[in-house]
Design a binder for this molecule. Structure first.
Ligand code: NDP
Ligand code: HSE
Length: 430
């Protein structure tokens, strides 16, 4: 039996999930791979920390380079993430391993989104770069785009690709739980990033969207150019109105081809409660794909957490081990081109707008007139409660350009009777 050694960097959530999957399923992995995968060493920062898995103590080291530089270890699995919000350590470890001709497996979407081009260029003739765990946790997304949908032109993707925010929004909607409490629970469950603002502010979803765009559309983008809004402005009141209007609020990552340009955005979105994505709850993720040949397709599964991500990382380890045993490299990612991003101002959507106003006659007409002046037509309007100050008024618009809606909102904010524009949420029409 051929033995292929693995150097595991990190033994946190994903590292433990990887270790547990490799050890629990070792015999079926041998049967499938035709080789035995052996963890030769595990790099950590703190040798004495209590962990969710207990590999033999002699495997642990604080010297990651001793694994990366060991010529008998052909596969390096990076699960250290970005300690102190710094991508350099993981990037440097991966570059060093790739320069030595190794196969590198990672679930680090931030490093891939920020340094993917450099990493791909560093893949040696005998090595490879694998990242199934980087997008949507346990859902096999990378292989689906690379292999199963290779014959399609993918025209659009709408994804719930951050487990933490989906978990938070689900519990806020269903149980009325406060944001802070649910975020803490997501951290305890191992879903959140080391800096959870990466989840809450939509950065994590934007990294994954950049990867999806490169895999599905063949276009490379600067992640900073992706329009991004997080979920921290979503209030229980908005979730309540959304339900009343027949919608569910999700943090969606959207990629859509439009002629020669591509629309890329991450923001909270109201989707009809009958849409397949609306029922994706908790830390589950789903990617809703439209391809010219396949039509509509939805991939669904756990998007975060130790074991689901371990499952994806181990799948990559098996691929890498088979390649090592055969002495071959994986087919390189297809050549990428820069794409033209559609400016957000030109994006067309329906909008939910909640305005805090003085409750007096003529207010509705004044608000409606600002929307009308900007050419934005209103589909529905709700005002609840009387005699409070301020009172909420909710509009849902017909499809309109972002630029026009922002113009209408400037007019609305300037009205004397308006306290504030409390929320603006884009809506996927039913
Ligand atoms: P954790 O913080 O749980 O684990 C990080 C691990 O890396 C820890 O074991 C830490 O050691 C170790 N580490 C950090 N710096 C070093 C270093 N310089 N040398 C050696 N070891 C080091 O992170 P996660 O497992 O949650 O995430 C890891 C990566 O996987 C991230 O890129 C994340 O975005 C990604 N990911 C996470 C998912 C999840 O559900 N959590 C899902 C999909 C992807 P020590 O324990 O001693 O401090
Ligand atoms: N923090 C990420 C999430 C982990 O919540 O989706 C999975 O990438």
């Amino acid at each position: 039996m051929n033995v292929v050694k693995i150097g595991l960097l990190g033994l946190g959530n994903v590292g433990c999930g990887t270790w547990l999957t490799l050890t629990t399923n070792s015999s079926s992995i041998v049967a499938r791979a035709g080789v035995k995968l052996e963890v030769a060493g595990i790099a950590v920062r703190d040798l004495n920390k209590r962990r969710l898995a207990s590999p033999p103590a002699e495997l642990l080291t604080t010297d990651a380079l001793s694994l990366i530089d060991d010529p008998s270890i052909p596969i390096i699995v990076e699960t250290i993430g970005c300690p102190h919000q710094d991508t350099r350590i993981a990037r440097d470890f991966m570059l060093r391993a790739l320069a030595a001709g190794k196969h590198v497996v990672t679930a680090n979407k931030e490093v891939l989104a920020k340094h993917g081009r450099e990493l791909r260029a560093a893949v040696g003739a005998s090595g490879g770069l694998y990242y199934e765990g980087a997008v949507a946790g346990g859902i096999p997304v990378v292989k689906v785009f690379r292999e199963s949908l290779a014959g399609n032109t993918v025209t659009s993707i709408m994804g719930i690709i951050n487990g933490t925010t989906n978990y938070i929004l689900t519990r806020m909607s269903h149980e009325g739980s406060p944001f802070g409490d649910v975020l803490r629970a997501a951290q305890e469950l191992g879903y959140a990033e080391q800096d959870p603002s990466s989840d809450v502010d939509g950065h994590d979803a934007a990294y994954k969207l950049a990867l999806l765009c490169s895999m599905a559309i063949g276009a490379e983008v600067n992640v900073e150019d992706i329009f991004r809004e997080g979920i921290s402005g979503i209030t229980p009141e908005d979730l309540h109105y959304a339900a009343e209007l027949g919608y569910t609020v999700k943090l969606l990552a959207i990629a859509r081809r439009d002629g020669g340009s591509v629309e890329l955005r991450v923001h909270p979105t109201m989707i009809p409660s009958s849409h397949p994505l609306a029922s994706v709850g908790g830390a589950f993720n789903a990617v809703f794909i439209q391809g010219d040949a396949v039509g509509d397709l939805m991939l669904y599964g756990m998007g975060a957490g130790m074991m689901p991500t371990g499952s994806a990382v181990v799948a990559d380890c098996i691929d890498a081990a088979i390649n090592v045993a055969r002495g071959v490299s994986p087919v390189p990612d297809r050549r990428e081109q820069r794409c033209t991003l559609k400016p957000m101002d030109d994006v067309v959507s329906c909008y939910y707008v909640r305005v805090q106003v003085v409750d007096e006659p003529g207010v509705m007409a004044a608000l409606a007139s600002e929307f009308g002046r900007a050419g934005v037509s209103i589909e529905s309007l709700i005002q609840k409660g009387r005699g409070q100050d301020p009172v909420s008024v909710v509009f849902v618009t017909h499809a309109a350009r972002e630029r026009s809606v922002q113009e209408a909102l400037r007019g609305v904010r300037a009205l004397d009777v308006v306290h504030s524009v409390a929320s603006v949420i884009r809506v996927v029409a039913g």
